[in-house]
Design a protein around this ligand. Structure first.
Ligand SMILES: Cc1ncc(COP(=O)(O)O)c(C=O)c1O
Length: 410
């Protein structure tokens, strides 16, 4: 029996997270399925940033580094985020970007295993991660080996010092078993750096319970921190005392305002900082985290899976016969919070969809990717998005040549 719009409205009516949608500023008529590239704008963020600009910067001026708490903001915001990651308050800090933080963590991890010559990484991971892996290996005189995520645990060898992979793959949404992979890495005496770009804010992470060593995550996707929001770093407490990260800027110094010539590392997670925090982005991110107040991450994960299951069921009913394929796992337990559909004209179909106010994104060569921000996406949105895709395919609307012209960001 086919799934109706009324079925989806009934699911929304009984959704334990339904009240959270009101925490976001969403334009009427837009179906936003791109929370995995840029989360929606939470209410209160624009006002808070305006206040920081006008009051803290405009009036407080340089005094705000002390009086408005700007100086300690990486630790403060890290502590606010930590419970969403299953981490302790002093194991998380907020700074810079994923790629830069991955660089710092990979070098720091490799320095903890100096006698081991190999970095083992995920083939098919987000390319930026593997570009960084290659560069770190060149810099430190290490070898690299890339294997599919599912084979990482078996591939760890006696030479492997550091392993890195995504917890949720950016394309397939495949989720790795963090506890099992971490245990396999430790059993071989290596260390692991997890990329949480598609996990933080979407999945019920338990970094401490899984014994993760290091992790890096994204502020602008499911955490809704705004374009270019700062990334976050997790370092397990047991490594905090021995870390030696390579970007030894003054914000990671024990006493930056002594202006000593030599570098002395700060104790704890602050050593992972390098430069002056970008305070306007930090302010937006800090305020955006309020949207998660009182929210159970287990519920967020459960709803994300249910939204994905619904999209897959609707795909099977209505899109498969129209030339679409599924590039995501059907098993919800092994799938993160997005669904990827393939179509040979995927780019043009996505442009046509966006023209109708249904916003997802496109990953070359043929993937239309739909990410579900569980705090604001409704079941009926999935129904209406699939109806729009089917209509575009049935009418051949995607054949309009103007839609195939690639924009810089897809
Ligand atoms: C899995 C993954 N890793 C790394 C990155 C790179 O992030 P950044 O631009 O913050 O370096 C992204 C960006 O989308 C990503 O999805």
């Amino acid at each position: 029996m086919s799934i109706t719009r009324e079925d989806c409205l009934a699911l929304d009516a009984s959704d334990p997270l339904r009240a959270c949608r009101a925490r976001f500023q969403l334009e009427e008529g837009i179906i936003y399925l791109d929370g995995n590239s840029l989360g929606a704008l939470p209410h209160g963020v624009a006002e808070h940033v305006a206040l920081v600009v006008e009051h803290e910067w405009g009036k407080g001026l340089i005094r705000s580094w002390n009086e408005a708490g700007w100086y300690v903001s990486p630790a403060r915001v890290g502590a606010k985020l930590a419970p969403l990651l299953g981490a302790k308050h002093d194991e998380v800090t907020v700074t810079e970007s994923i790629s830069i933080n991955l660089f710092k963590l990979l070098v720091a991890a490799a320095r903890l295993r100096p006698a081991r010559s190999e970095i083992l990484a995920e083939r098919g991971n987000f390319p930026s991660d593997n570009h960084i892996v290659e560069s770190v290996a060149r810099l430190l005189g290490k070898k690299t080996r890339f294997v599919p995520a599912g084979e990482i645990a078996q591939a760890i060898g006696a030479d492997t010092g550091v392993v890195t992979l995504s917890h949720v793959n950016y394309r397939s949404a495949e989720v790795q078993d963090m506890a099992r992979v971490t245990e396999a890495v430790h059993a071989k005496g290596a260390l692991i750096v997890w990329d949480l770009a598609h996990s933080s804010g979407a999945v019920d992470l338990q970094l401490d319970a899984c014994r993760a060593d290091f992790a890096v995550g994204c502020g602008y996707k499911f955490l809704n921190g705004g374009p270019g929001a700062p990334s976050h770093i997790f370092v397990a407490e047991r490594h905090l005392g021995s870390l030696d990260q390579p970007l030894t800027g003054w914000f990671g110094h024990a006493e930056p305002f002594r202006f000593d010539d030599g570098y002395r590392r700060a104790d704890g997670i602050r050593h992972m900082l390098c430069s002056t925090p970008q305070m306007l982005s930090m302010a937006a991110f800090e305020k955006a985290l309020d949207a998660f107040e009182g929210v159970s991450m287990a519920e967020v994960e459960r709803k994300g899976r249910a939204l994905g299951d619904l999209m897959i069921a609707l795909h099977d009913e209505r899109l498969g016969r129209l030339g679409c394929g599924l590039a995501t796992l059907r098993d919800a337990k092994r799938r993160g919070n997005h669904v990827s559909l393939t179509h040979e004209a995927g780019y043009a179909v996505m442009r046509a969809l966006i023209g109708r106010g249904v916003i997802g994104d496109f990953r070359a060569p043929d993937v239309m990717r739909f990410g579900f921000g569980p705090l604001y996406v409704r079941y009926v949105d999935i129904h209406d998005a699939v109806t729009a895709i089917a209509d575009i395919l049935e009418r051949g609307e995607f054949k309009n040549e103007a839609l195939a012209e690639r924009q810089a960001v897809t």
